[in-house]
Design a binder for this molecule. Structure first.
Ligand SMILES: Cc1cc2nc3c(=O)[nH]c(=O)nc-3n(C[C@H](O)[C@H](O)[C@H](O)COP(=O)(O)OP(=O)(O)OC[C@H]3O[C@@H](n4cnc5c(N)ncnc54)[C@H](O)[C@@H]3O)c2cc1C
Ligand code: FES
Length: 247
C-alpha cells in the first residue's frame, strides 16, 4: 500500500495555454519517479471528491513538476493552490514507459498528453517529436521538446505549424521509426495503434481513464485488452498498443 506524501508547492506558474504548472518539493517522490508514472492528489475542498490523477512531467533534484488543465472542481481547487501550500498525494504510481524498446523513438503527444512524455523524451537518444494541439493558443512546451530532438507541431485548425494531426506528420517519416511512445486523446491513440500495425512498429500508449482509488482496489479505471480488463492505475497507464482493444 502506497503511503501519502506531503509535498510543498515551491513554484507555481500559469502557462500561456491557461494550464497550471506546479513544482513540488519531495525528494522521495522525485527520486522514485519514472517516465510515464503519475501522482494521485487529494482534493481537500471539504466535498469528499475522489483524488485526481496527474502525470509526472519531470522530476529531478528533489523537485517534481506537474502541469494540468482546469477541467472541473478537482483541478480548479488544485489551480487555486499557491507557493507554500502543501499537497497530499500518493505516488509515483503506475507502470511507466519501457525505455529499452529499441530503435529510433517517435514521440507522439496530443494536448495534455504531451506532459507525461517530457521526462521520457529527456532520456531518449535522438528522438523525433510530433506534437498536436487544438490551436495556436494551446501549444505548450514546444521549445522544451525542441531542445531534446527534432520537433514538429500540428494544430487542428492550422493556426500554428502544420494543419491536421501530429500522427500524420509522424507517418510521413515512419521509415525512420523503431518505436512509438504516445499519449493523448483516445481517438489519437487508436490511430497510433493502427499506424503502428500498418508499419510493423512497436508502440507504447499511455491510457487515461477516470480513476477512483489509483492503486488497483476499485476497478473504476479498467480498459479492455487482449488479456481481459486491466487496471490503468496499476497495470498501466502505459500499455503495449498490441494489447489495447479500442471500441
Ligand atoms: C493517469 C492519468 C494522468 C493524467 N495526467 C494529466 C496531466 O498531466 N495533466 C492534466 O491536465 N490532466 C491529466 N489527467 C486528467 C485529469 O486527471 C482530469 O482532468 C481530472 O481528474 C479532472 O478532474 P476535475 O475534478 O477537475 O474534473 P471532473 O469534474 O472530474 O471532470 C471534468 C470533465 O473532464 C472529464 N474527465 C475527467 N477525468 C477524465 C479522464 N481521466 N479521462 C477523460 N475525461 C476525463 C469528465 O468526464 C468531465 O467531462 C490525467 C488522467 C489520468 C488518468
Ligand atoms: S482506480 Fe481503482 S483500480 Fe484503478
Amino acid at each position: 500500500m502506497k503511503q501519502d506524501l506531503k509535498c510543498a508547492i515551491i513554484e507555481r506558474r500559469v502557462l500561456s495555454s491557461g494550464q497550471v504548472e506546479l513544482i513540488l518539493d519531495n525528494p522521495r517522490l522525485a527520486d522514485e519517479a519514472k517516465p510515464g508514472q503519475f501522482v494521485h492528489i487529494a482534493v481537500e475542498n471539504g466535498k469528499n471528491l475522489l483524488r485526481r490523477p496527474i502525470s509526472i512531467c519531470d522530476a529531478e533534484n528533489g523537485r517534481t513538476r506537474i502541469i494540468f488543465e482546469i477541467k472541473g472542481e478537482g483541478t480548479k481547487w488544485l489551480a487555486e493552490r499557491g507557493v507554500g501550500d502543501t499537497l497530499t498525494l500518493m505516488g509515483p504510481l503506475g507502470r511507466g514507459f519501457d525505455l529499452d524498446a529499441g530503435g529510433r523513438a517517435f514521440i507522439i503527444g496530443g494536448g495534455i498528453g504531451v506532459f507525461p512524455l517530457y521526462m521520457l523524451t529527456k532520456r531518449l537518444k535522438e528522438p523525433k517529436i510530433f506534437l498536436g494541439f487544438r490551436n495556436k493558443d494551446m501549444v505548450v512546451m514546444e521549445d522544451e521538446f525542441a531542445a531534446l530532438g527534432k520537433t514538429l507541431v500540428a494544430t487542428d485548425d492550422g493556426s500554428y505549424g502544420a494543419k491536421g494531426f501530429a500522427i500524420d506528420l509522424a507517418e510521413r517519416e515512419i521509415s525512420d521509426c523503431g518505436v512509438i511512445y504516445a499519449c493523448g486523446p483516445k481517438p489519437m491513440l487508436k490511430a497510433v495503434k493502427a499506424m503502428a500495425e500498418r508499419h510493423g512498429v512497436r508502440a507504447q500508449l499511455s491510457m487515461e481513464e477516470r480513476m477512483g482509488c489509483g492503486i488497483g482496489a476499485c476497478l473504476v479505471c479498467v480498459c479492455k485488452t487482449t488479456t481481459g480488463n486491466r487496471q490503468v492505475c496499476l497495470q498501466g497507464p502505459v500499455f503495449d498498443a498490441k494489447e489495447i482493444i479500442f471500441d
